[in-house]
Design a binder for this molecule. Structure first.
Ligand code: URA
Length: 448
């Protein structure tokens, strides 16, 4: 038997916690026997004094054990490996909607438990809920049936799925204890490993729109996530990717879904398409355990074929239909759910000559999206699925005089339109059109 305050004191005094101490604390917190204030105190001690790799691995294990773990042995018996992709999040980060069908088309199973928007970054569950009828928060039985039937399903964290993380994350959010590599590692990886995965690809973002802005911090997190996954027996690799500008040309729920549908039908934003293909190819190599010399190139070609043949699009429609989506809405190129009741207002950078986009304050655009109604100010807020930013110029692109850098899709009656347009315009730094601007690579490095 342990005393919670002794465990907190141990971490406060920079000692290594034993496995039993960690298990006791997490279990008692998840079941309500340790109050929030003691958990918050321990979280703060961890933020300040860190955790060893072994402590982190054990924290992760204790969090997984706090709830139900998925079990895909039935699929493994049929020779189908389970894989997933997780992103630390950003603005316009929508690759999950493309990657899941690509991987299912490649013969893999994808039990994707996604999240809602966090801070200035968007979440897959909110995006999917923009599609009329889409049930993005199934119960565990429903999720299991969908996955077994179609090989892929989108879900969200429930009260039985890593409850220790659900409680702890909410507490960290309001006690300034989010920024800790061990706590983030245990939080992200507990949810992914509770999915019973064979392989996982992580997209760890850095830059002005990322949760960790410096590439050094993102690298440290990526190493910690990969290490924790491997210690738990999962094949994991992480890409460090650039979030110095929004991904794609659209940000906001319905408009991001449309961008993904375009990609699945052979068009769409090139950066989103390329990142989706690269991440899916890595996940496929890890999932199929392809150790041949040019495994990645072969997987990348297969992914491109799944797009060009229309198979990935078909898979997305089948999965969306299974999850209750009104498929007729997805078949029409322009329908009610996308933009009814909204207006697209141009965002201009006043100039008499052509200009080039030098930089985009991506975090500012993320915060602007919250202001527009696409994100939440409080956890319980509803989001507006239709508002967003569309036709965004990318860093390095030329903008002719009086050509918009993007359009704000706002509710027709939004009286703040002028102010919102000004804020959007201020997020774009422009240079003379003759000046060349180097665009950064999408994937800076792989951590394997
Ligand atoms: N996302 C998570 O799921 N957990 C964290 O701690 C941070 C980001």
């Amino acid at each position: 038997m342990f005393l919670p305050q002794e465990i907190i004191r141990n971490k406060r005094d920079k000692n290594i916690l034993s496995n039993d101490e960690i298990s006791f604390f997490i279990d008692a917190f998840a079941t309500g026997q340790i109050p929030d204030y003691q958990m918050a105190a321990l979280a703060m001690a961890i933020v300040l004094n860190g955790m060893s790799d072994e402590e982190t691995a054990h924290l992760l294990k204790a969090m997984i054990l706090s709830g139900d773990r998925m079990d895909w042995s039935a699929l493994r018996k049929r020779g189908i490996p389970c894989v997933d992709k997780h992103s630390t999040g950003g603005v316009g980060d929508k690759t999950s909607l493309v990657i899941l069908p690509l991987l299912v088309a490649d013969g893999l199973a994808v039990p994707m438990v996604a999240g809602r928007g966090l801070g200035h970054t968007g979440g897959t569950v909110d995006k999917l809920e923009a599609i009329p009828g889409f049930m993005a928060q199934p119960g565990p039985e429903q999720f299991k049936n969908w996955l077994l039937a179609r090989g892929g399903a989108f879900g969200a964290q429930t009260d039985r799925f890593v409850p220790a993380d659900k409680k702890l994350y909410a507490l960290r959010d309001v006690t300034a204890t989010v920024e800790s590599i061990p706590l983030i590692t245990a939080s992200i990886m507990s949810k992914k490993l509770a999915e019973d995965l064979d392989a996982l690809v992580l997209d760890v973002k850095f830059g002005s729109g990322a949760f960790l802005q410096s590439s050094d911090a993102a690298r440290e997190l990526a190493r910690s996530l990969v290490n924790a996954g491997k210690m738990a027996g999962c094949r994991v690799e992480a890409a460090l990717t650039n979030m110095d500008e929004p991904l794609g040309r659209a940000a906001g729920h319905a408009c991001e879904v449309v961008e993904c549908l375009d990609i699945l039908q052979g068009a769409g934003a090139l950066d989103t398409r390329e990142l989706s293909l690269q991440l899916a190819a890595r996940a496929a190599v890890l999932g199929h355990q392809d150790t041949s010399q040019n495994a990645h190139e072969k997987a990348y070609t297969r992914m491109k074929n799944h797009l060009s043949s229309g198979r990935a699009h078909e898979v997305f429609i089948e999965i969306a239909e299974q999850q209750g989506a009104h498929v007729s809405a997805l078949e029409r190129s322009h329908s009610e759910w996308i933009d009814a009741g909204t207006v697209d207002l141009p965002v201009l950078i006043s100039s008499k000559t052509s200009q080039r986009v030098k930089a985009i304050d991506t975090r500012a655009l993320g915060l602007l999206l919250i202001e527009m109604g696409a994100g939440r100010k409080k956890k319980e807020d509803a989001v507006d699925h239709k508002v967003g930013i569309v036709e965004m110029k990318k860093v390095g692109e030329l903008v002719e005089a009086d050509e918009p850098v993007c359009f704000l899709r706002l509710r027709k009656n939004d009286v703040r339109a002028d102010k919102l347009q000004q804020s959007a315009s201020a997020a774009f730094t422009m240079v003379n059109g003759e000046t060349s601007v180097e665009s950064k690579p999408l994937i800076a490095e792989w951590i394997i």
